[in-house]
Design a protein around this ligand. Structure first.
Ligand code: SAM
Ligand code: SF4
Length: 485
């Protein structure tokens, strides 16, 4: 019965409906079939997450600070009328290490480093806006980490006040914050809402006690429930839950139970991330190797089950790994072709310029990308002197922009055309894509002169493999990226 129900829901796949202004694409369903383990293992290879193109490993080291400054100085004049910039603020502190963590963060036991860091952030905001000119319009602010709520209310409030004094933050701006539910008291919800926070994301990962034990992250359903009530009472109902698959001790049963518990708590969105095991980059992850880490076929099955369980409970798949309630703005963005992907993942944010503040943050400027140093001491000594904490960067060529737009279209809409690429480039992509097509994860169609790449439902979890065929910089460099599946 359940399978028949699923089949009816999944069968409508992808179709186009026209309304007066835009092409509306229905992607409210996806069929993820069971696949032979040998097929999944064949495609189990390192792949970038394509939150930018070129991807961060291809940024130039020692990017000149003067160039960063010149790009910022040109920003005011480069912004099309009516457009806004988005802001990302990175807070690199946590109270306790989750052993799977791949984020730029530091575990601290007392508050003084966070105080010093807040002062450095305020200096950075001042230096950047001295250069760009004050009052650039802002429609989205995202606080990520680490754990932004590691900062006390007064420090978060000082940062938001500084942003409001330095930019023209729109009244209806989305102000989103990542929150570790283990380390925040419910009574902070009202104060965060007062500051203007109107969207939150909880790191949940998994509710199973054995999994939580293995990853050193114990949190109860009851504690998350109390927080959900507090944030709802404070007027914040746009809540995302981050879940993960591929962790030690996870089984189809534990994933089903985690989804059931999570959905009952009432979030409007889920991000279901594959655990990125990169111990050459994050040494602490090697402690997880004493457990059985699910292999590629098990990971695929865990994701397949999570997506079916979410679909059965009315969540719409968005992009590669997000799921949202039909009324969530992310679903509307997908349906109208306005879904975007930036360094924070899938977003409704249409701004093409992102200013990143804090350690390791990346800015997307009209001329290219610039990344701040991830080293907290270097960041602080530089910003306190009113210098920019520039580390790496990359100017974008016309070819980068063309390929980047096509890769983003694949990641967001599961299709792209190859218009603008030379015949030779199109042939190269076609030949690299041939094995992916042979296994049914992509199709090539001809639309007049243009070649179209389409990814059917069964190819969606493998979309990054398709993007790799358009990536002019990708080499087989296993140490650089996590697995594709
Ligand atoms: C900055 S954390 C979220 C906020 C807060 N620090 C917390 O953990 O609750 C961002 C998210 O990244 C994901 N994440 C962290 N390490 C990861 C890894 N190695 N592989 C995949 N996802 C990871 C987790 O789902 C986590 O919730
Ligand atoms: S997952 Fe979140 S709370 Fe855990 S160490 Fe990483 S950033 Fe900190």
């Amino acid at each position: 019965m359940v399978d028949l129900f699923r089949l009816c829901r999944y069968i409508c796949d992808t179709e186009y409906v026209f309304n007066s202004t835009v092409i509306v694409r229905e992607q409210d369903s996806m069929i993820l079939p069971e696949l032979p383990a040998s097929l999944i293992e064949k495609w189990d290879r390192p792949a970038p997450r394509y939150t930018s193109y070129p991807t961060a490993p291809h940024f130039e080291p020692a990017f000149p600070q003067a160039r960063h400054k010149a790009w910022l100085a040109a920003l005011g004049g480069a912004l099309p009328p009516g457009d806004a910039v988005s802001l990302y603020i990175h807070i690199p502190f946590c109270a306790k290490l989750c052993t799977y963590c791949g984020c730029h963060t530091r575990i601290v036991n007392d508050y003084s480093p966070a105080q010093t860091y807040t002062d450095a952030l305020l200096s950075e905001i001042e230096s950047v806006t001295q250069t760009t000119g004050h009052g650039l319009p802002v429609a989205h602010i995202h606080f990520g980490g680490g754990t932004p709520t590691f900062l006390r209310n007064d420090d978060l409030s000082a940062i938001l006040e500084k942003l409001r004094a330095s930019f023209s933050v729109r009244d209806d701006a989305e102000i989103a914050m990542e929150i570790d539910p283990r380390t925040i008291a419910p009574d902070r919800a009202a104060r965060l809402a007062e500051m203007g926070v109107n969207r939150i994301s909880f790191g949940i990962q998994d509710f199973d006690p054995q999994v939580q034990n293995a990853i050193n992250r114990i949190q109860s359903r009851e504690s998350v429930e109390a927080l959900m009530t507090a944030f709802r009472d404070a007027g914040i109902s746009g809540v995302n839950f981050d879940l993960m698959y591929g962790l030690p001790a996870q089984t189809p049963q534990t994933i089903r139970e985690t989804i059931e518990t999570s959905v009952a708590l009432g979030p409007t969105r889920f991000a279901v991330f594959g655990y990125a095991h990169v111990p050459w980059f994050k040494k602490h992850q090697s402690v997880l190797e004493r457990y059985h880490l699910p292999g590629a076929a098990e990971r695929y099955e865990l994701f397949r089950i999570a997506s079916m369980e979410l679909a059965d409970r009315g969540f719409v798949p968005v992009g590669m790994d997000h799921f949202a309630r039909p009324e969530d703005p992310l679903v509307a963005a997908q349906r109208t072709g306005r879904l975007r992907r930036n360094f924070q993942g899938y977003t409704t944010d249409s701004a093409t310029t992102l200013l990143g503040f804090g350690t390791s943050s990346i800015s997307a400027l009209p001329q290219g990308y610039v990344q701040n140093t991830p080293d907290i001491n270097a960041y602080q000594t530089t910003t306190i002197k009113d210098d920019l904490p520039t580390l790496r960067g990359r100017a974008l060529s016309a070819a980068d922009r063309l390929r980047g737009a096509k890769i983003e279209a694949l990641m967001c809409r599961f299709e792209t055309d190859l218009t603008g690429l030379t015949t030779q480039e199109q042939q190269d992509i076609e030949s690299r894509l041939a094995p992916v097509i042979a296994d049914g994860f992509a199709r090539i169609e001809k639309n007049g002169q243009a070649l179209l790449i389409r990814i059917p439902d069964r190819g969606r979890p493998f979309v990054r493999l398709v993007c790799m065929t358009l990536d002019a910089y990708y080499e087989d460099a296993p140490a650089r990226h996590a697995r594709a599946v």
